[in-house]
Write a protein that binds this ligand. Structure first.
Ligand SMILES: Cc1cc2nc3c(=O)[nH]c(=O)nc-3n(C[C@H](O)[C@H](O)[C@H](O)COP(=O)(O)OP(=O)(O)OC[C@H]3O[C@@H](n4cnc5c(N)ncnc54)[C@H](O)[C@@H]3O)c2cc1C
Ligand code: FES
Length: 251
């Protein structure tokens, strides 16, 4: 689908916020689904990028960090230009967590799909965000608007708690906080600790997995992810969201 890039800005060096005009995607988008974006013409593969928000049934927002060739090419796009995008793809989060407050835990680029989820949940959630340092910390005000409480952690302590976001999770649970479900997206070691902590405390947990992709639509199995029952599931088609209990984080 060809979608016009209507707005672009750089949130911090190398981190781009794009808004595209695409009613077909905006009308269907669910939190946790992703776009498969053609970067720089047919010489490159598509790259998966999470839907960060869908606005007015017309505009779709996504935020991406420049990592390699594909995202570097995409970062050169200018407002007015059309982008070739497939989506919305994948299953997305189940935004009905049952009675009580949900908790959203994001790390690094994993925070982006959680904003739309925070806005869609029936009750404002608590949100825990982990960053490398103060310079990497973005979107805190937007999460604050959509959340009940926001807790920040950074590796070097330059913003919020010094340490891992999972340390905040453990201390909140130890102090008696109750959550109906935990949703998480971010680095694998972080999501593993979140999923284990949820399991130990009998809390339902949904994790959004990141794998390198080929086709993005279930045809090539490039994105296979190991499950605890020994099977493999496709992150693009069966996921990217899975139950924390079903993913084999060591597989
Ligand atoms: C479902 C999904 C949603 C995503 N959402 C976002 C998002 O909202 N914002 C964002 O910035 N990024 C997101 N990503 C990651 C993004 O797709 C990769 O950063 C991008 O594909 C890198 O492409 P490239 O050509 O720039 O880099 P490449 O040249 O392909 O790779 C550069 C480096 O990044 C590593 N890498 C590439 N892709 C991945 C991957 N999928 N997982 C782990 N490491 C990888 C490579 O090993 C290499 O070291 C998402 C990935 C998935 C699977
Ligand atoms: S990327 Fe081809 S099956 Fe998932």
């Amino acid at each position: 689908m060809l979608c016009k890039l209507t707005y672009k800005n750089e949130l911090r060096p190398g981190l781009f916020n794009f808004i595209i005009d695409c009613p077909q995607i905006a009308a269907k988008a669910k939190p946790g689904q992703f776009l498969h974006v053609l970067c720089g013409g047919s010489a490159y593969l598509r790259r998966p990028i999470s839907i960060c928000d869908a606005v007015d049934g017309r505009f779709v927002r996504f935020i991406f960090e420049v990592r390699g060739k594909g995202t570097a090419e995409l970062a050169k796009a200018q407002p007015g230009q059309t982008l070739d995008i497939l989506g919305p793809l994948g299953n997305g989060f189940d935004a009905a967590p049952g009675e009580g407050k949900a908790l959203l835990i994001g790390g690094g680029i994993g925070i982006f799909p959680l904003l739309m989820l925070a806005k869609k949940l029936p009750q404002k959630p608590d949100v825990m965000l982990g960053f490398r340092d103060k310079q990497s910390a973005v979107m805190i005000q937007e999460f604050s608007n959509a959340a009940d409480d926001v807790f920040i952690a950074s590796d070097d302590g330059s913003i919020g708690f010094k340490g891992f976001v999972t340390d905040i999770l453990k201390s909140k649970i130890a102090s008696g906080a109750k959550y109906s479900r935990i949703y998480t997206c971010g680095p694998l070691p972080m999501m593993k600790i979140v999923a284990d902590t949820a399991k130990e405390n009998g809390i339902d947990c949904q994790v959004s997995m990141e794998e390198r992709m080929g086709c993005g639509v279930g045809a090539c199995v490039a994105c296979a992810c190991a499950m605890t029952d020994g099977s493999k599931k496709r992150v693009c088609k069966d996921g990217p969201v899975f139950s924390g209990a079903e993913v084999d984080f060591d597989g």
